[in-house]
Design a protein around this ligand. Structure first.
Ligand code: NAD
Length: 295
């Protein structure tokens, strides 16, 4: 079993760390939010008071932070982990950030002999809790082989996408598609409702027809269709609108950098910005359903 330092215990990080504890690893945890650190300590983690402290003697350091600025600051700031980590540490950043930032952090660590992989995830909070996440890894094959057993304790499908940064590119392609599916599913359901259809019946019809997709089947945006979906719990996240808007910003940046045409991604980014401007940034991303409601 490995000694692991885990930093960032939010909606995703906390259940991921829980699964590492359950698998028998020695897990030291840190988050700016002390309450969640204490909760994890009650469940068997070692509580840390700084990021530096939880990485001492760790074979693996895992970070699960909101955005690139948090990741860069954690590793590269004047007092960042780059100045403290032992050279045999393997760093696994699971946050969703832009590929260029992942490469910058990875390269800086590599210059100090420290291994790095970007390993963003798909599967949401439910997947993090159930230990069924998909990990999309970018990094050297030897480093991929080193991290695979640890990732298997938090996930079901572990993919090697390519070199450092490739995990982030693949992840952002997935999330752009996810946002488009969520928006499309929402407008179709609302149109059915406007014609007097029962959204549960309509969902069942489309799940068994060619409109079938993940958002419709497992994360339905209409309240009451799926009991466990965030839509049935007042759109409590889940995956916040603000984080989806961030990911769509990364997707459009990646499109620009590669000369890719992404008209639906651009439209989806605007829809999510509209939702943010309506004050729904902290709701689950399925709240886009409400944008299409006929008042
Ligand atoms: P979150 O906001 O719930 O959690 C982030 C945590 O990081 C918070 O607890 C915060 O206190 C902590 N934090 C911030 N800066 C810190 C620092 N310097 N040191 C220690 N802790 C710090 O976010 P989340 O939903 O858990 O998402 C984390 C990442 O995973 C994001 O990049 C997101 O895009 C990605 N992601 C989220 C989901 C989802 O469904 N929520 C799914 C896939 C990927």
């Amino acid at each position: 079993m490995a000694k692991i330092g885990f930093i960032g215990l939010g909606n995703m990080g906390a259940p991921m760390a829980r699964n590492l504890i359950k698998a028998g690893h020695s897990v030291s945890v840190f988050d700016l939010n002390k309450q969640v650190v204490n909760e994890l300590a009650d469940e068997g983690a070692h509580a840390g008071t700084t990021a530096d402290e939880v990485t001492h003697g760790a074979q693996f350091v895992i970070s699960m932070l909101p955005a690139a600025k948090h990741v860069k600051s954690l590793y590269l700031a004047d007092d960042g982990l780059i100045h403290h980590l032992a050279s045999d540490t393997v760093v696994i950043d699971c946050s969703t950030i832009d590929a260029a930032s992942a490469t910058e952090v990875g390269q800086a660590l590599a210059d100090k002999g420290i291994a790095f992989v970007d390993a963003p995830v798909s599967g949401g909070v439910a997947g993090a809790s159930a230990g069924t996440l998909t990990f999309i890894v970018g990094g050297a094959k030897t480093h991929f082989n080193a991290v695979q057993p640890v990732l298997e304790d938090m996930g079901k499908n572990i993919f090697h996408a390519g070199d450092i940064g490739a995990g982030q590119v693949a992840k952002i392609c997935n999330n752009m598609l996810l946002s488009i599916l969520m928006a499309g599913t929402s407008e179709a359901l609302q149109m059915g409702i406007n014609h007097g259809l029962d959204p549960k019946v309509l969902s069942d019809i489309m799940v068994n027809s060619s409109g079938r997709n993940w958002t419709l089947e497992l994360y339905n945006p209409c309240p009451g269709v799926l009991e466990n979906a965030p839509s049935s719990n007042n759109y409590q996240p889940g995956f916040m609108v603000d984080l989806m808007a961030k990911d769509l910003g990364l997707a459009l940046e990646a499109a620009q950098n590669s000369g890719s045409a992404t008209p639906l991604g651009a439209l989806s980014k605007n829809l999510y910005t509209l939702l943010q401007n309506q004050g729904a940034g902290a709701q689950d991303f399925s709240a886009i359903f409400n944008l299409f409601e006929k008042k």
